[in-house]
Design a protein around this ligand. Structure first.
Ligand SMILES: C[S@@+](CC[C@H](N)C(=O)[O-])C[C@H]1O[C@@H](n2cnc3c(N)ncnc32)[C@H](O)[C@@H]1O
Length: 159
């Protein structure tokens, strides 16, 4: 598969998963955490899906000139593994992490801390969505929406 095809499938998987969990997530109390704001595409989609929820975005880059960016009070700038501590309250309804790089060595380092912080951030029954697989006892599997192939994007329910 070409990298273009792979990229398109990844974006479709992100959109389809976010749409699929939206109704469920609206019933949960708590904020949405967007780990890796990037260009703000998924942030903007989350904003459409959850207009009533607070969405807090994290990135090492400030992204100040970008349209799809939260106000400063909901933008946390720095390395996620260093800035996330105040949000590990077990109160988030949804955590979405799009911080995979495609580089297995770098992603392996990320996976030494990402599953644990997502587990600690989420409320019971909360939803974890990730571009990297989250191997953690706190997570139960959650059915993928039709059309999203296994291994492309990962979806879990906090036990
Ligand atoms: C693939 S982009 C996210 C794209 C986003 N979902 C979108 O739709 O536009 C990943 C972002 O995560 C940020 N990032 C990756 N690892 C990070 C870390 N450990 N701490 C802070 N930011 C990180 C990068 O700076 C980058 O902007």
């Amino acid at each position: 598969m070409s990298r273009l095809d792979s990229f398109i499938r990844r974006l479709l998987a992100q959109r389809d998963i976010l749409n699929a969990i939206a109704e469920d997530a609206r019933r949960l109390e708590g904020d949405v955490l967007e780990l890796g704001l990037g260009n703000g595409r998924t942030y903007d989609h989350l904003r459409e899906l959850f207009p009533e929820k607070r969405i807090i975005a994290f990135d090492r880059d400030e992204r100040r000139d970008q349209i799809s960016r939260p106000d400063d009070r909901d933008m946390v700038v720095g390395e996620i593994q260093e800035t996330i501590a105040p949000y590990l309250t077990g109160a988030a309804a949804v955590v979405h992490a799009d911080i995979g790089t495609g580089n297995p060595d770098r992603d392996a380092v990320t996976l030494t801390w990402l599953p644990e912080i997502m587990a600690r951030a989420l409320t019971k029954g909360g939803i974890a969505i990730s571009g990297l697989p989250l191997d953690h006892d706190a997570f139960a599997s959650f059915p993928q929406p039709a059309g999203v192939s296994d291994g492309r994007y990962f979806l879990y329910r906090r036990r």
